[in-house]
Design a protein around this ligand. Structure first.
Ligand code: GLP
Length: 245
């Protein structure tokens, strides 16, 4: 980790120089994905700078997704993303998709409650202004990697208490006989703003896929209106195409 020794060479603030050196070390492969960073104290001693300076540089790199911090075990170079290949022709849930890959799906709740519907939700879910909507917004995590942000809206007449959904939304809907059987999905490209980039631990402005799913019951009734943001560096969407006719 010798790159850090040159830290006080130029006139730029020390933490910026250290940040650049760490980035360089990662880029040149001196420390690889998943490798542990030396402790704050060791870096400070090696580079002859204060621990506060080291902390500032490290925190900036955690924010921009170059490093990850795990409670109790230290700071690591962010693991390389293994891309997820997602079929566009199967109506599956995030939990099922991850289970098929041997990964454990987890959610960090961002919002879970019952609200008056927005004009969009009224239109898509066929609700009147006096009805309510259950909103479930989650950061979706596979093993320890945040992959997507999903904001689902379900009519409160179908899901009166969104707190009943503890892990899988589709599993909860299935229990009451409301598992969707068909969906229409719209995919568009977006660049991430600051808040979402921080949640997904990727640099601000990263390319992402915005996916809107409207799903239906066998009766034709709309059951789900979900807007998701999937990491562009993590997903490949695959569809099989056939000749028309
Ligand atoms: C996918 C879809 C969402 C759906 C979710 C349900 O990720 N894009 O529209 O709401 O699966 O996942 P789960 O049942 O794991 O909560």
């Amino acid at each position: 980790f010798a790159a850090l020794r040159d830290v006080s060479q130029s006139g730029a603030p020390l933490y910026l120089q250290l940040k650049k050196n760490i980035e360089e070390a990662v880029k040149r492969g001196l420390i690889g994905p998943g490798d542990a960073l030396p402790s704050e104290r060791d870096i400070a001693a090696q580079a002859d700078i204060s621990r506060v300076t080291v902390r500032k540089a490290v925190q900036d790199l955690v924010k921009s997704g170059v490093l990850v911090q795990r409670h109790g075990s230290g700071t690591f170079v962010a693991p390389r993303m293994e891309r997820v290949e997602q079929s566009l022709s199967r109506l599956t849930s995030f939990t099922e998709d991850m289970a098929r890959r041997g990964m454990a799906a987890r959610s960090q709740w961002l919002e879970r409650g019952v609200y008056p519907p927005s004009p969009d939700e009224m239109m898509v879910l066929g609700l009147s202004a006096s009805e309510l909507v259950s909103r479930l917004s989650r950061l979706r995590i596979a093993d320890d990697t945040p992959l997507a942000i999903e904001r689902a809206a379900i009519s409160a007449s179908v899901l009166p208490d969104p707190h009943e959904v503890t892990s899988s939304l589709y599993m909860a809907l299935g229990k009451t006989g409301h598992r969707p059987v068909r969906a229409v999905q719209r995919i568009s490209a977006v660049n991430l703003g600051e808040a979402e980039a921080q949640l997904l631990v990727v640099p601000i402005g990263s390319a992402c896929l915005q996916i809107e799913r409207i799903s239906y019951l066998a009766s034709g009734k709309v059951i789900e209106f979900t807007k998701s943001i999937y990491r562009g560096d993590a997903y490949d969407f695959v569809a099989e195409l056939r000749l028309p006719g």
